[in-house]
Design a protein around this ligand. Sequence first.
Ligand SMILES: [Zn+2]
Length: 559
Amino acid sequence: MTNRTKSTKALGTIALVAAALSAAAGAQQRPAAPTAPAASEEESIRPAPNRRSDEGKGPFKTLVIRGAMLIDGTGAPPRGPVDIVVEGNRIAAVRSAGTPGLPLRPNRGPQAADHEVDATGMYVLPGFVDLHVHAGGAPKNADAEYAYKLWLAHGVTTVRGVPVAGNAFTVSEKARSAKNEIVAPRIFNYQRPGAGWDRGAVDTPEKGAEWVRWAKDNGIDGLKLGAYPPEIMAVLLREAKQANLGSTAHLDQGGVAQMNAIMAARIGLGTVTHFYGHFESLLKDYVVQPYPAGQNSSDEYMRFGQVARLWDKIHEPGGPEWKAYLQEHLKLGTTFDPTLTIYSAGRDVMRFRAAEWHDKYTLPSLMDFYAPSRSSHGAYWFDWTTEDEVAWRNFYQVWFRLMNDYKKMGGRVATGSDSGFIYQTYGFGYVNELEMLQEAGFHPLEVVQSATRNGALTLFEPQHKPIEFGVVRAGLLADLVIVDQNPLQNFKVLYGTGAVRLNDKTGKVEHVGGVKYTIKDGIVYDAKQLLAEVATMVEKQKKERAGKSTSTAASREAR
Ligand SMILES: [Zn+2]
């Protein structure tokens, strides 16, 4: 998905699709689009306010999380009870706090901690990594704070913006987050070629090389690519590798016929995001997708509807071509970041349109953006049919298998959400991604590994550095999630709205869970407080809208 909501609104479908195609200039069949973001885009999103003194506690000289069950992110089974000692923003030690079934061992050090969290009976995990985010902006959510707080409230302590927003904005927010001046996850800044500079579109290999060098000097951590023409793609990826920049590509339908996922991986692509490019690499009877004659990919209903029709146009799942495809990716070291969640409304649009979190936590302006519309990106429910949903359900089965088979042979699958589109609200959409990986066949411990360690590896690998977070172990940064339920038993307990459970003692239905604390960089955030602030933002906008409609009614009355 693209965050170019403003230009989208102004210019309609043409700009929309152009933006979605990552503005790969030079491809003449595509609508012309500015590659560098317009100034107005940067203004369509407001930076987060400074962190107030009552927001988050710490970092502390010594913080101890006591008596917890630990899921460390490596794939190891849970163990506990443990004490996790944090000094400043780093994990100093993970120590046994006793024996299961017996009272916690008394007089455990360190005795004079500045702050303690009693996590008896609770679960601690590494902070989650969302490898595919955008922070929104008007008209969806004018404030980046809204997305940041929803991410943190759902345990997301690191995001890879693809992009978060324009380059100048993101560089600034990344620095403020690194200094904890704002309440936000850590930010990795990936940008589209041509973003940020004033030298125009990247439409030649020379321009591509020039922009990557510019990017390296201007706070960019990696490239968000589309399916560029091969000669430009090759230069972008070569230069990125030399500059230790990462890369992730949405291999859009406009360019995928000449740059599918295996072609891109062969010339150095790091991450394939979404499904684009996989199915096109596996087509059985064609070299391009056999579209109906009436196809117009600028029409989002056709664009997204036809994606699902690929499910039975490919080589047999599990067959020799399928295996060879995955094995080559494995050899090349490609990461898959499927963002299963963002298209999931296609299987059952009513479920996500009516999701229980919308009322309290989705801004009315964001809800408006999700509603069927020819001008909002991802609002393609013009006339969504049973047949469309059946096709998407079939598509998901094949896509799930592809991801799970890659995992089974040792390939890296990581988590990303792309929230802020298609009825997936920030944070909630991320937890849905965890649920969907489990549906794809991942064991819950494998899901956690994808969400933590695998995300971290994907971010640090291009920099040739060991991971700094993503696993709970001494020496790494103190990015942690604490929840008073067992997420391996049910990932739904991570939703801000919790999981529904019948209490057999009282006979009452309860909402249990929701992340309790999110610790980022040694700072302890009360996740429920973050959610309450988001609820206040939503409430405020509802009141403003009600006020507006009342005053309009009043003025009509006066006339
Ligand atoms: Zn996106």
